[in-house]
Each structure stands twice: as C-alpha cells, then as structure tokens.
Design a protein around this ligand. Sequence first.
Ligand SMILES: [Zn+2]
Length: 131
Amino acid sequence: MVRSLQRSASVGLHLQCVRGDDVSAAKGRKAIIVGSTGDQVRANLLRLRTVRRLSTVKLSAKLREAGRPIPPSGITRIEKGERRVDVDDLLALAQTLQVPYAQLIEPPPPCPSCQGAPPIGFSCNECGASA
Ligand SMILES: [Zn+2]
C-alpha cells in the first residue's frame, strides 16, 4: 500500500518536474515542482477568481484582511504554476473565495449551465468557461 502510494507520487513528481524545469528556464527562477493536486488548486483558483470577477489586487486585499497576505503578483504566479500553495494559503483562499477548501483541491463538477461548453464567443457566468 505504502509502496504503491510512493510509486504513484514519484511518477507524478517526475511528470511535473519537466514542467517545473520549463518554468524555471523561462523565468530564471529556482524550479517549482507543482504536483497534480497543486495543479488542480491552481486551475480552481483561476476559475473561481474569474467567476467572482475578482482582480488579483482585490483578492490580495481580501487575503490581507483574512490575515494571510499574498501579493497580486503571488496570486498570478500561483495561477501560472510558478508558486506553491501551502496549507495556510489554501485555507485563506477558500475562506476568501467562500468555498469549502475541498472545492479548491478537487476537479470541478460539470457545470449545470453550460456543461463545460458555452456557445462560441461566450463565456459562462456560472463556471467561467469560455469558447
Ligand atoms: Zn458553465
């Protein structure tokens, strides 16, 4: 059990290393290795922030009020997979976006409004998907 968990974790790590290396080569930063859960958090953050029409500046201000400040540039870097989200960040983001923290970790359920496929040229107000 433990061994199989370790193995799958290292596979995920290996796959994401390639991406981390790419990011670091592009930005000249130390490689950040974002795993599959981190990648889901990243995508959910971007989606929820878009749906709530919160700029990175507004979200940053709300995080500061919540006692866990992340600068707007930090939010952008999280959304690009260039910065990790630690547990305290995750809970502050969930509180600020008014969702259960699990909603930041798990893949989103199919959108009841657009089924994930809004008409071409439109974006869904419910889930933020665009076509
Ligand atoms: Zn939708």
